[in-house]
Design a protein around this ligand. Structure first.
Ligand SMILES: Cc1ncc(COP(=O)(O)O)c(C=O)c1O
Length: 433
């Protein structure tokens, strides 16, 4: 499984003697790409020994031709499936025309996307960035400025309430807002101005508000935390608290947004509208990095010329792809589809409880099996699932998370559930023997 043409692998010595390749190349050819990666890149991701090579919609093939059902979708970036023709056409057409424009000029792909995004999102304005973390950072900047200007918070004192178990990205700012020690250890000094509150605890959130608070920032469902849902009424309660105290409600919808939970934005599960929203992943269709901070004019207009920017943010390729992605969301009615399929599979997911599965958490087409640590191990089970042809991942709290493309067929979803059931059942049986 080292991903090289067998002919080339087998004739390495011959090539070496003929001087066609160097000794170093010969070593590389006879070494697995996994080992090569380990030699030339830092080891920051615990991975599965699978080398993916090509994909179409919900199926991915590894270098040896083995097929997998993608039940992760690039952590929700591939919500439209792999290689959606509308996105590939948009990308390739635009690549032939104009790829980048210095931000001191306008370009022809920006206006159509911004109009479409405003219609789709219901927010008046968008500031386009590249990664999810950048979109959230942009949102934090906006909230701080807004707080200084509207709440008379003394300069340098603005605070944002954030929640345990959150994941807002890997920049210094975003890890400063994290409660996870391994994201932060050795990277200090970190950014001040975040106040940590237990996720889902409305009363603690209320207690944490001070005259220096400018915003509450949350994920309506914590994705990387393991598809963790807050208690019913929490989102509504935070909205109410923000209204009463005049602070902003910020939603990090980078993973949860654009249909994953069966809603356009995950906060809409409780009919809530946040004041600022960060989106990313899915906006890109998984083929080009594009993210955005969304807000109405009073909040967005804290940004003035020279106060923020990005070389690649909102470039023509990004705009073309994002516009096409929003088109696909509407044409294929993917948000409603996520809602419907999520409801349909819930009984089967719940029936997996018992044995090795202690709990099931789900919203829309996003779900996690929580493994009883006395009876099993999420990472080991994940390996079994991957071996059986399902791409999924383990996350904190012994959870295995699944987020298939929203385009997944009923047939493929049934197949995935069959495999999951079989593996959970056999693990439970082998443990009880
Ligand atoms: C909720 C949330 N916010 C922000 C991010 C960071 O996005 P990116 O990795 O594109 O910077 C992620 C990534 O998983 C996320 O899930």
């Amino acid at each position: 499984m080292n991903g090289l043409q067998p002919a080339r692998r087998g004739r390495t010595r011959e090539y070496l003697i003929a001087g066609a390749i160097s000794e170093e190349e010969a070593i590389m050819i006879t070494t697995s790409p996994v080992d090569i990666e380990a030699r030339y890149a830092p080891n920051i991701n615990p991975t599965y020994p699978v080398i993916l090579h090509r994909a179409a919609d919900c199926t991915v093939w590894d270098v040896d031709g083995k097929a997998y059902l993608d039940m992760l979708a690039g952590f929700s970036a591939l919500n439209l499936g792999h290689g959606h023709p509308a996105l590939i056409d948009a990308l390739t057409d635009q690549a032939k025309r104009l790829t980048l424009a210095a931000r001191v000029f306008h370009h022809s792909r920006s206006a159509p996307l911004l109009e479409r995004l405003a219609r789709f999102s219901g927010y008046e304005k968008a500031l386009l960035m590249n990664s999810g973390a950048e979109a959230v950072e942009t949102m934090v900047k906006a909230a701080r400025r807004y707080g200084y200007r509207t709440r008379n918070i003394p300069e340098g004192r603005a605070e944002i309430i954030v929640f345990t178990g959150n994941f807002h990205g890997r920049t210094l700012g975003m890890i400063s807002a994290s409660s996870t020690p391994r994201y932060k250890e050795g990277y200090g000094p970190l950014l001040p101005g975040f106040r940590m509150v237990p996720y889902g605890d409305l009363e603690a959130t209320r207690q944490a508000v001070t005259p220096d608070t400018c915003a509450v920032m949350l994920e309506a469902v914590q994705g990387r935390g393991g598809v963790v849902l807050p208690p019913d009424g929490f989102l509504e309660g935070v909205r109410q608290l923000c209204d009463e105290t005049g602070i902003l409600m910020l939603a990090d919808e980078v993973q949860a947004g654009l249909g994953r939970t069966g809603y356009r934005f995950a906060v809409e599960a409780e009919n809530v509208r946040a004041d600022g929203v960060a989106i990313g992943k899915s906006l890109s269709g998984g083929i080009y990095p594009v993210s955005a901070f969304l807000a109405d004019a009073p909040l967005m207009d804290v940004f003035t010329p020279g106060s923020h920017g990005s070389t690649f943010g909102g470039n023509p390729m990004a705009c073309a792809v994002a516009e096409a992605a929003l088109g696909v969301f509407e044409e294929e009615d993917l948000i409603a589809r996520s809602h419907r399929l999520g409801r349909e599979i819930l009984p089967r997911l719940n029936a997996m409880k018992g044995g090795v599965v202690r709990d099931v958490r789900a919203r829309g087409l996003w779900f996690a099996l929580v493994i009883d640590p006395e009876r099993g191990n999420a990472r080991k089970l994940c390996r079994r699932l991957v071996d059986a042809g399902l791409l999924c991942d383990a996350c904190p709290g012994e959870a295995i998370r699944f987020s298939p493309p929203l385009t997944i067929t009923g047939h493929d979803l049934t197949k995935a559930l069959d495999i999951m059931e079989e593996i959970m059942r056999t693990e439970s049986t082998s443990r009880s023997e």
